[in-house]
Design a binder for this molecule. Structure first.
Ligand code: RFL
Ligand code: PHB
Length: 390
């Protein structure tokens, strides 16, 4: 088989890139090691920047997102028993976020790819990129006991943090930067109405908590937990009472609880690989960078990478110019590092760090106090939260 662009990974990065390229008449195949159902069942991000929503429109898959997504004009910072509203819309001169689950976005893209008859391979074993330092790269994988080879012009490594593409790059050609946080997020989904119309990010002596949602009837809640905790130790009752404890009283009293139908612990990490291009291999999304989820930036960064790479590849095929693909890594990384900074800052401001001394605790309190009393500081938060322009 031969295609112009072989895409490894059928998450949001690979699917969005595949759809944009397909619409522009550029042939792709998407190869993933997971099954279609596994990909469709994953629960992850929930909040889209306007730039991500625009890309979904550009890909021709925005209809359900606009019909079912919930526009959010602000969110709350809760600490010291009080709420402080960040009015994103007013502070940014008219930007808002859209609550629409990554699960739904992925489904829209997979359905469209199927409807367009574009090829995807699921449950592929030992997927590997080859010869990407030259002009004849190819991808191999095994399926049903047979080895397959796909020749291509370019390989898009959209295979997430644990993928194979970044690891295929020789150590001498790549530099990585990493920060591991000493806690994780325990998250649940429950079929109960959200405690508030907007998201609530809470800083409490017991640790961070986040009230998010997927719809008017489905809530997504998170609490900071230790890394060595196991899910089995967290009954639903224990989760609800700890979440309540970390919220201002009016939220705790208003909270509707019910059984959870998804419960998981995610570690928090900041990570960047540089550069994001190695010959004819491009790294996109989580394959190249990870942010802690506190700033809601992971999926949105994947989308801006896709925007830059799609623009470069289209220029290459339509105008016979390599300038866009040559600029891809630098353009993407400039935005990535600002989102890394913002996500680190939100994480540092809102979590309780084990073994923090009194000085650091006082600095955190001063940060929150400053933020909620300075219009300039609120504007900086809002500008970054809605996503820097691209
Ligand atoms: P993905 O989604 O990880 O998809 C990668 C795909 O590659 C496949 N794969 C392989 N295929 C072939 N061979 C291999 N060796 C392979 N290894 C892996 C996998 O099966 C998979 O299908 O990466 P992508 O597409 O770059 O998308 C990134 C986003 O998924 C991620 O950044 C977000 O989910 C992060 N994130 C959030 N981002 C936001 O923008 N807003 C949020 O509100 C938000 N909340 C979150 C989050 C991530 C979370 N977790 C669980 C880490 C909340 C949480 C709890
Ligand atoms: C989510 O709804 O899953 C979510 C929302 C905001 C975040 C992180 C996760 O910052």
């Amino acid at each position: 088989m031969r295609v112009q662009v072989a895409i490894i990974g059928s998450g949001p990065s690979g699917l969005l890139l595949g759809q944009l390229l397909g619409n522009a008449g550029i042939e792709t195949v998407i190869i993933d090691r997971a099954s279609r159902n596994h990909i469709l069942d994953r629960v992850r991000a929930g909040v889209l920047e306007e730039g991500t929503a625009r890309l979904m429109d550009q890909a021709g898959v925005g209809a359900r997102m606009h019909a079912e997504g919930l526009p959010h004009n602000g969110f709350s910072l809760a600490f010291d028993g009080r709420d402080h509203r960040i009015d994103l819309f007013a502070l940014t001169g008219g930007s808002r976020m859209l609550v629409y689950g990554q699960t739904e976005l992925t489904r829209d893209l997979i359905d469209k790819r199927d409807a367009d008859g574009q090829p995807s391979v699921y449950e592929a074993i030992d997927v590997a990129p080859h010869a990407f330092d030259g002009s004849r790269p190819y991808v191999t994988y095994e399926k049903n006991g047979q080895t397959h080879r796909i020749d291509c012009d370019f390989i898009a490594g959209c295979d997430g943090y644990h993928g194979t593409c970044r690891r295929a790059v020789p150590d001498s050609a790549i530099r990585t930067f990493e920060k591991i946080y000493p806690f994780g997020w325990l998250g649940i989904l429950s079929e109960v109405p959200p405690v508030s119309d907007e998201l609530v990010y809470a800083n409490h002596p017991n640790g961070f908590a986040l009230c998010s949602m997927r719809s008017h009837t489905r809530s997504r809640y998170y609490i900071q937990c230790a890394l060595d905790e196991s899910i089995e130790e967290w009954s639903d009752d224990r989760f609800w009472s700890e979440l309540r404890r970390r919220l201002p009283v009016h939220h705790a009293e208003a909270m509707v609880t019910g059984p959870s139908f998804e419960k998981s612990i995610a570690p928090l990490r900041s990570f960047v690989a540089e550069p994001m291009r190695f010959g004819s291999l491009f790294l996109v999304g989580d394959a190249a960078h990870i942010v802690p989820p506190t700033g809601a930036k992971g999926l949105n960064l994947a989308a801006s990478d896709v925007h830059y790479l799609f623009a470069g590849l289209r220029e290459y095929y339509e105008d016979r110019s390599a300038s866009g693909i040559d600029a891809y890594s630098a353009r993407a990384l400039a935005r990535v590092w600002k989102a890394e900074r913002f996500s680190w800052w939100m994480t540092t401001m809102l979590h309780r760090f084990p073994n923090t001394g009194d000085f650091d605790q006082k600095i955190q309190e001063a940060e929150l106090d400053y933020l909620t009393h300075s219009h300039a500081a609120e504007k900086v938060l809002a500008e970054n939260y809605v996503g820097l322009p691209y």
